[in-house]
Design a binder for this molecule. Structure first.
Ligand SMILES: [Mn+2]
Length: 325
């Protein structure tokens, strides 16, 4: 890949006001990278506004409740000369934040996703990077811009969460080296790990217990699933937002290739999450049913009762596994 300079810092120096939105369903890399990019924008002399159309998950509030406010797009009434997209390259991914730009706003995108499809004026893409935060740290080093301990923590959170705390296949030596740079600048690995993973709600843990008890395993042990319905949420005293992490436990069973969590509230549709250990591309599977995602993590929504969705999806997963036996 080629580096971002001098185009990126020149574009920021030429701008007065820069919009840095989070993408929809913001994750740790989105929150951390947007806050770090906004800090760099101001270090280069422009003013930065960070906005989000979707709520920020509770586990990232230790970043979003820092000294920079993350605004609802509806609260912002200024013109922007530059839109800086981080962790995504399309304005479609930022929801209502896209309403804040006009035809005169230039668009720069910094993204590590494969197939970064962009109508941006300029795109810095590095699919070899584990996180956008990793790209930003390298950019800061290129500019000799030394992040504060808080900004280093934002970057470290982005890189750590996108690599499953340095456990996924994208944990390259480069990712680990750059993580080391973040630690040198003041990020604390144990504090960030505890903030992200050990501030869970009682509802989340009780729902995990209900889900593991209700877990079903296919007869050959290669597929696990659970249906979370009104009764499951009631027994756990949990809300629909407290399902996070359950699916990773279902995939952790020895021998499992695909895990599936089906959530169904009242007479609503069946919302399905998939995880794969790698043999089955669950991104392609979800796409067959109108959803999407990555090869190891994806989801879709089926407008039918949960039990019927389970029957259809399990049959399809079995045939995919059979094809590859
Ligand atoms: Mn990312």
């Amino acid at each position: 890949m080629s580096g971002p300079e001098p185009a990126l810092s020149q574009a920021i120096r030429d701008a007065r006001r820069v919009l840095v939105p989070l993408h929809l369903s913001p994750d740790g890399d989105s929150v951390g990278s947007a806050l770090a990019a906004a800090w760099a924008v101001e270090a280069l002399g422009a003013s930065a506004y960070v906005t989000t159309a979707d709520p920020i998950p509770r586990k990232y509030h230790f970043l979003s409740e820092g000294d920079r406010a993350i605004l609802d797009p509806g609260e912002v009434e200024v013109d922007f000369d530059l839109l800086l997209l981080v962790d995504g390259s399309s304005t479609d991914r930022v929801g209502r934040s896209a309403d804040l730009i006009d035809a005169h706003t230039r668009i720069y995108a910094i993204d590590h996703h494969r197939n970064a499809d962009s109508r941006a004026d300029w795109l810095w893409s590095d699919p070899g990077a584990a996180a956008t935060a990793q790209m930003l740290m390298r950019w800061f080093d290129e500019l000799s811009l030394v992040p504060t301990p808080f900004i280093a923590s934002c970057l470290y959170t982005g890189l750590a969460t996108d690599t499953g705390f340095f456990a996924y296949a994208n944990t390259t030596s480069c990712a680990l080296y750059v993580a080391g740079r973040m630690v040198e600048c003041g990020a604390s690995p144990d504090w960030i790990h505890a903030r992200v993973n050990e501030h869970r709600t009682e509802g989340e843990l009780r729902l995990l217990g209900v889900a593991l008890t209700a877990m079903r395993v296919d007869e050959d042990g290669r597929v696990t699933w659970v249906i979370l319905d009104d009764e499951a949420f009631r027994r756990a005293g949990a809300s629909q937002e407290e399902t996070e992490g359950i699916i990773n436990h279902l995939r952790a069973l020895d021998g499992v290739e695909v895990a599936m969590v089906i959530t169904c509230i009242g007479a609503g549709p069946a919302r399905v999450s998939f995880r794969s250990r790698g043999r089955i591309d669950v991104g392609a599977l979800a796409a067959e049913f109108g959803g999407g995602g990555h090869d190891r993590a994806s989801g879709c929504t089926l407008d039918m009762p949960a039990e019927r969705a389970r029957t259809i999806l399990l049959a399809r997963i079995r045939s995919l596994l059979g094809d590859r036996a």
